[in-house]
Write a protein of this length. Structure first.
Lengths: 411, 435
């Protein structure tokens, strides 16, 4: 292949060469890092919550006045909700995964421990909780109806038997059967027994919940058999038969409002909606980065088209001469494609360095950012090679169509 | 001369409409991307109360767990306990001071047509209004007397007054909240700080309050705070036990009108914690802080990391667009070599040619800037649609409009410098010969 003449021709317009190379280098750096951020966000958003999300919704109410008793409200509301056709299960709740509001507590292995072993979120529920959430009991047993108590705002004790998630069990008792073993939420209080283990239920803060840099605590949850009769607030999670959620959301809202007029029914939200809101910022970031990538590739491609067209125009005479001297159309086409390939390759080599410089900058800014995995770079190379070749194809075809007769004109 | 060059520039740009469009579009896209992200950063990072931000200070006391710091960076806790807030209020050592916490109360309107609703409010002291200076439409805040006697008074925001009283002057009227009657003493005019800087713990972009009530009244009525509550050790049972606990759930702001006052207050805080140490509290090393508004915004990292990353990426994108423009201008001016050679031969000096081509680049820059400004508006609309809570911060202000136009013009002129310089180096004879 005629690489030497291409290079010596390129060396005559060094500045243009540097400009295109730099543009391709920056494009590679931005696209690789942006794609990596997007892929991380997809990973975050795809994290399973461990609960049924399709058929569940939450509803809460705030009562007012002396006539309102939270304890009675819980009993009446749950009876009413569970009696509705299409409702599979319902449970009182204090919080849900992905709501970004809830209770976190240090978890200890020994009485009197000074620094907690790890942290976990607290989900209050009754014996229908596991079925309503849709998480799976993988060891031990569920709560019994007689174990459900009411928790007042200022209580500091915990019920003796609790269910925890597998992630937490593995952290407290790695490689052992945790059922029947003890732990402490209040290190000054009584030991608590693990009566059951559920496979997964993430905390209300899937992003940003960590303990001394440990992000795996996001699956640490403790299920507590209590109803939180705090002030006048009651909250429920309701699971319907598949496909009946939307219809029952309206029914339950109306029924709860009618059942007692000194209450405000609010926070009616499906868990799907909760998930969408929780990850709205990640989605936004993905869309913004996607738009930037698209604009960037367009600009770079158009820039290549512009420069290549300019070169073709500038060299029309030389192309004509070459054609007159016997070069085929294919070899002219090949010349421009090869030229573009060489420029792009130079830019990409510089770009690989810039890409990692950018990645390091991101890591300095964002504690959680990871170094870009190496495979993004070769993939970026292939994409930009392809982009360059496609962009230059138009001008190169035009160059190939230059008739040999041009060589004889205007000399 | 300028208008002649300007016309020459326009003429030259019209000759290659596609190339010109490409350059303008490139600059516009680059400008729009960087301006959209910069606007977010600018507004989130800007001073919410510039006329007195250096006199308002946020009190932080390190009452946390002796075995574990509050956070990994060694900051003291971001809120204070009830008992410390009370001690500081009673001492009253600052020019003004206000403890505060977030509450949620059901409002029961007298008008039967308006359904009861749960409203978010702020329990605070009368000094709040003098410190943060929300504008009043009717009436005003409450005085120290109401603080002392747990007055049943309320300040409504414009929206709440609209909902309850149709926007009329409601001073003196009553509002029923959770079965208790409060007298309206003031109604705020529109007040939407872009960053809710006085309570960052519960969300820098959180919704504005719907009402303000005396702190002392809320404590008397045992109204639990609805904001963040953190405890490092269990509280004693009951409301009194909770108030006496080391749980943090309040914000504490002071106004200190001179550097001397600031120094005095700082040493007062240190004395206070040292006294408390003798009682067995505050077992961590002395680590009290007294940030001013901007220091506090920075410490709490109000500008989200995503926005910082977006600014970095968008400026890299702008760089690509500019490099692209340099390349295209270079191509364009080189193509004009013949014309330039002719003008040189006819007596145009290098500086004149330089001026002419810099103006041509400037025209591209200004068009790119104008188009970019329109795209920035579109970009901010997109941001507001994507981030629900950015409604207040994704707004273009005049600073940013001017910055956009200046940035794009400067960028285009800079991009034009090298190609212009190159164009001026053309030897007239060589160019004319080849024609």
């Amino acid at each position: 292949m005629e690489i030497r003449p291409i290079i010596s021709a390129l060396m005559r317009s060094k500045v243009a060469l540097v400009l295109i190379g730099l543009q391709i280098a920056l494009t590679l750096a931005i696209v690789c890092n942006a794609l990596f951020i997007i892929s991380q966000r997809i990973e975050t958003m795809n994290r399973p919550s461990g609960m049924n999300e399709a058929d569940t919704f939450q509803i809460a109410s705030n009562g007012f006045g002396d006539g309102f008793s939270t304890k009675n409200a819980f009993a009446e509301d749950l009876a009413l909700i569970r009696g509705l056709p299409g409702v599979r299960a319902a449970t009182p709740i204090n919080s849900l995964p992905m709501t970004n509001g809830g209770w976190s507590e240090g978890v200890n292995m020994q009485a009197g421990q000074k620094v907690p072993t790890t942290v976990a979120t607290i989900y209050f529920m009754d014996e229908h909780g596991i079925d309503t959430f849709g998480t799976k009991l993988i060891a031990g047993r569920n709560f019994k109806p007689e174990e459900i108590t009411t928790r007042s705002r200022q209580s500091v004790d915990w019920p003796p038997g609790l269910i925890i998630t597998k992630a937490l069990a593995d952290k407290l008792y790695p490689g052992q059967d945790a059922v029947g073993k003890a732990f402490y939420l209040n290190p000054e209080g009584a030991p608590l027994t693990i009566i059951g283990i559920v496979d997964r239920l993430i905390v209300p803060w899937p992003e940003g919940f960590s303990y001394n840099g440990d992000h795996s605590v996001v699956e640490n949850s403790v299920l507590v058999p209590q109803m939180t009769a705090y002030g006048n607030h009651t909250g429920y999670l309701i699971r319907t038969e598949p496909g009946r959620r939307d219809e029952l959301m309206k029914t339950v809202e109306a029924k709860l409002g009618d059942s007692n007029h000194s209450r405000i029914v609010r926070s009616l939200k499906s868990v799907e909606q909760i998930r969408a809101e929780c990850y709205a910022n990640d989605r936004a970031m993905m869309i913004i980065l996607g738009t930037v990538i698209f604009c960037l590739l367009t600009i770079t491609a158009l820039g290549i088209v512009g420069m290549a067209s300019f070169w073709v125009t500038q060299r029309t005479k030389q192309i004509g001469t070459r054609r007159a001297l016997g070069a085929t159309r294919a070899s002219i086409l090949r010349y421009f494609l090869t030229e573009n390939f060489l420029i792009t390759t130079g830019g990409l080599l510089l770009g690989a360095v810039l890409t990692y410089a950018f990645s390091l900058w991101l890591m300095a800014h964002e504690q959680e950012a990871k170094l870009l995995p190496w495979h993004y770079v070769p993939i970026g190379f292939v994409c930009l090679w392809a982009l360059g070749q496609i962009a230059v194809l138009g001008p190169a075809t035009r160059a190939a169509r230059v008739p040999p007769a041009v060589a004889t004109r205007s000399v | 001369m300028f208008s002649y060059y300007f016309q020459l520039g326009l003429h030259s740009l019209k000759r290659n409409p596609i190339l010109t469009a490409l350059m303008v579009l490139g600059i516009a896209l680059g400008i729009a991307a960087s301006m959209t992200s910069l606007t977010l950063m600018h507004i989130m990072g800007s001073d919410p109360i510039p006329w007195k931000s250096d006199r308002l200070h946020y009190v932080q006391l390190d009452n946390w767990d002796p075995n574990q710091p509050w956070d990994e960076e060694g900051n003291p806790p971001d809120q204070v306990t009830y008992k410390d807030a009370q001690a500081l209020m009673e001492a009253g050592k600052a020019d003004r001071q206000a403890a505060m916490f977030k509450v949620a109360l059901p409002i029961q309107p007298e008008n039967p047509e308006v359904k009861p609703f749960l409203a978010l409010g702020r329990a605070t002291y009368g000094d709040f209004f003098a410190m943060f200076e929300p504008p009043f439409a009717y009436g005003g805040g409450w005085d120290h007397g109401q603080d002392a006697q747990h007055g049943r008074v309320v300040v409504l925001t414009r929206e709440t007054n609209e909902k309850l009283f149709g926007g009329q002057d409601s001073v003196g009227k009553r509002v029923r909240m959770n079965e208790v009657d409060y007298t309206v003493v003031g109604v705020l005019a529109e007040w939407k700080p872009r960053i809710k800087f006085y309570d960052l713990t519960n969300g820098a972009l959180a919704d504005a309050e719907e009402f303000f009530v005396p702190y002392t009244t809320m404590i008397e009525l045992k109204a639990q705070a609805s904001g963040n509550n953190s405890c490092w050790k269990g509280a004693e049972p009951g409301w009194e036990g909770y108030l006496a606990s080391d749980c943090i759930w309040q914000q504490f702001w002071v106004q200190l009108d001179s550097p001397a006052k600031f120094a005095d207050y700082k040493s007062y805080l240190d004395n206070y914690t040292n006294e408390q140490k003798k009682l067995g509290r505050f077992q961590r090393p002395l680590n009290n802080r007294l940030f001013d508004v901007n220091g506090w915004l920075q410490n709490q990292k109000v500008v989200p990391k995503d926005v910082q990353v977006q600014v970095g990426l968008s400026f890299a994108f702008l760089a690509v667009c500019l490099i692209n423009t340099i390349g295209l201008l270079l191509a364009k001016f080189t193509r004009k070599s013949g014309e330039i050679g002719l003008r040189r031969a006819l007596g145009a000096s290098k500086p004149q040619l330089f001026a002419q081509h810099i103006i041509e680049s400037g025209v591209i820059g200004i068009s790119g800037g104008a188009f970019g400004l329109a795209l920035t508006f579109a970009g901010l609309v997109m941001v507001r649609a994507l981030y629900k809570d950015y409604a207040n911060v994704a707004q273009l202000d005049w600073t940013m409009v001017v910055a956009t136009v200046v940035l794009s013009t400067v960028a285009a002129v800079l991009a034009g410098l090298y190609p212009t310089w190159r164009a001026c180096q053309i030897a007239p004879a060589a160019q004319l010969k080849t024609q």
